[in-house]
Design a protein around this ligand. Structure first.
Ligand code: ZN
Length: 252
């Protein structure tokens, strides 16, 4: 890690002084937990055809959709992923300094590291759940998949095919989560962006909303952010080093 002492101290001061601070996390926070980035050079989409995960395919042929999905799931989540130091740092900050985490990740690792479900806004859903489009029934994905004798897994309430509770290609982001995220961005004193390249819309609009309102925007991401965003502080470094350093400084 490079030396950022002065800037980390300034960021820590802003976080301590803020009444409402919000973290915004992307794939970079989960890669150290062994979860591959779906985009990028060795991303899953280089090996799997993204059209296999379109909502239309699920609706027209849920059985073969699930067959491909289980293959990818076995590969991407082969070893039970655990929260890493970046998650833990945010959980420490949640204890008094960060009100909510808005995430593009679907792995549930913020909750697993100790942030209550109500304080995590999942923009792209959660792979650990399934949902029935017909009746809204939700359940644990593992339990539903393990208990079935044929594909696709069926809704425990109406018997329809269930869908993974994640945003598939061709689907809109959930309105309620997006609305909540926008509201948080409008009210926040500090938005701490971690592990997101801020390229995927509409999620990327969240820090821009914050910027417009005079919120302090802090970015911790290995790759530089695109020119459309001009954060107050930017650290192009490893989130598993930088976030613990920021949390330490805030707690000092
Ligand atoms: Zn149902």
């Amino acid at each position: 890690m490079k030396t950022y002492t002065g800037r980390i101290r300034e960021v820590a001061d802003e976080i301590r002084e803020g009444d409402l601070n919000v973290a915004f996390t992307g794939a970079g926070v989960s890669t150290s937990s062994g979860i591959p980035d779906f985009r990028g050079e060795d991303g899953l989409w280089e090996r799997y055809d993204p059209t296999a995960f379109m909502i239309e395919r699920f609706r027209s042929d849920p059985a073969s959709f699930w067959e491909t999905l289980l293959e990818v799931r076995d590969e991407a989540f082969a070893e039970d992923p655990e929260p890493n130091p970046a998650h833990d740092a945010l959980t420490r900050l949640h204890d008094g300094h960060i009100g909510a985490v808005v995430t593009q990740n679907v792995d549930g690792l913020h909750q697993e590291s100790g942030i209550p479900e109500d304080d995590v806004v999942e923009l792209h859903g959660n792979v650990e759940r399934v949902v029935c489009e017909a009746c809204g029934w939700r359940a644990d994905a593992d339990e539903t998949v393990e208990g079935m004798d044929k594909l696709p897994p069926a809704c425990g309430s109406c018997g329809d095919a269930v869908k993974p509770d994640t945003v598939l290609f061709g689907e809109r982001l959930p309105e309620d989560a997006l609305g909540k995220a926008r509201q948080l961005a409008e009210k926040a004193d500090v938005v701490l962006v971690a592990g997101s390249s801020l390229t995927v819309e509409p999620a990327a609009s969240i820090p821009r909303i914050a910027e417009r309102n005079g919120t302090t925007v802090v970015v911790v991401n290995f790759d530089p952010t695109p020119p459309s965003v001009s954060p107050d502080y930017e650290f192009n470094d490893d989130v598993t080093d930088l976030l613990p350093a920021i949390a330490d400084e805030v707690m000092r």
